[in-house]
Design a binder for this molecule. Structure first.
Ligand code: NAD
Length: 353
């Protein structure tokens, strides 16, 4: 099987690429333009495989994307390339509209042109899997969970641009018959996550003795899933899911942000008994909330469990321990990232900061 992965140098994309190369015999073309969030170091383990190739292509560039698709001739496309950080979408929404919506429309058009030219058997086998987020559903109150039938109600420029891309993907199925599948997943954590996101930001700031910023009251709830469990779910969906269907993916591990941060602090206290920064929880500082901050996300993942037999292998407790250990063991990965354009500063206050 020939798999074209977009965004394969990102956090989740690199986990998908590593898992496919190490656990299947599939061939991969990774299409990624390497924004600040794309990092070839995350692929070092598999970059030498003769089943792996890389194309530095921007999905906003339709002719270049068409060439990549036509030349590689994939059986499956897994679409992960996106602008992904909510705070950055508040500071600069235009990039989110261009990559997430226009880029996805480009991919759909490049794919449709290629798919239309396939013979009947190849056409029937072909899939385009669009990877999306549970944030398209908006915010939950204290009870209930998102599922495949939850109405869309995105609140941030990021989630609105992802919702727009989900609708485009759906329309290319309904209108043109393109065999697409969409998945909507909850918050991921794990190795190789860019340290602007909560968990790696907290780990690295704590290691450096910097403040640990908690937005608002810290009571916002997210449903956490280890990235390798998500990668396995994505491979199951892409290879065994039903075209035209959507699948919700989540860890059933709801935690408030402050609980997540306290957990990371106590793991660091335990792993680093000599640290001058102990107890790391003393570094916690409450800062202005994110504008439009969604209160709670939670996923009902029973459809993917029932239909595809997928279940997470990590609990939050096991996954977060491994994750903290990974950042301790892989200083060179994050020191190179921190030496670049982003050093942990506050983003996304919509001019109010
Ligand atoms: P990420 O920001 O870590 O990586 C995004 C990747 O896309 C980077 O390698 C970047 O270089 C590439 N990219 C961005 N714009 C591009 C463009 N115009 N052309 C080509 N490549 C481009 O993102 P992530 O956290 O790995 O998320 C991957 C996907 O999963 C996204 O679609 C995101 O919406 C979705 N998702 C993420 C989470 C999460 O918790 N991180 C949860 C659910 C869904």
């Amino acid at each position: 099987m020939r798999v074209l992965v977009t965004g394969g140098a990102g956090f989740i994309g690199s986990a998908v690429v590593r898992t496919i190369i190490e656990e299947t015999n599939f061939e991969i073309l990774n299409v990624d333009c390497l924004t600040y969030a794309g990092n070839p170091d995350s692929l070092a383990r598999i970059a030498g495989s003769d089943r792996y190739s890389f194309s530095r292509t921007d999905i906003r560039d339709l002719p270049a994307l068409r060439r990549a698709v036509e030349e590689f001739r994939p059986d499956l496309i897994m679409h992960l390339a996106a602008e992904t950080h909510v705070d950055r979408s508040i500071d600069g929404p235009a990039d989110f509209v261009m990559t997430n919506m226009v880029g996805t429309a480009n991919l759909l058009e490049a794919t449709r042109a290629y798919w239309t030219g396939l013979d009947d058997a190849a056409k029937r086998r072909f899939r385009l899997h669009h990877v999306s987020t549970d944030e398209v559903f908006g915010s939950l109150g204290p009870s209930g969970q998102f599922s495949e039938t939850t109405p869309y109600a995105p609140n941030s420029p990021y989630s609105a641009s992802k919702a727009g891309s989900d609708h485009l993907v759906r329309a290319w199925h309904e209108t043109f018959g393109l065999p697409v599948i969409t998945s909507n997943c909850s918050n991921n954590y794990g190795p190789c996550q860019f340290p602007e996101k909560l968990i790696p930001l907290i780990i690295l700031n704590a290691l450096e003795g910097k403040k640990l910023p908690i937005y608002g009251t810290g009571k916002n709830i997210r449903d956490w899933l280890h990235v390798e469990d998500h990668a396995r779910a994505l491979i199951a969906i892409a290879t065994r899911g039903q075209p035209g269907e959507t699948y919700c993916v989540g860890g059933n591990e709801e935690r408030t942000n402050i609980d997540v941060v306290l957990t990371v602090c106590s793991i660091l206290d335990e792993l680093l008994p000599q640290s001058q920064n102990r107890p790391h929880a003393n570094l916690i500082t409450y800062v202005a909330d994110r504008p439009g901050h969604d209160a709670r996300y939670a996923i009902d993942a029973s459809k993917i469990e029932r239909e595809l037999g997928w279940r997470p292998q990590e609990t939050f407790e096991s996954g977060i321990k491994k994750t903290v250990q990974w950042y301790l063991d892989n200083r060179s990965w994050w020191e190179r990232v921190r030496a670049g354009a982003y050093r942990g500063e506050r983003l996304g206050l919509a001019g109010a900061g």
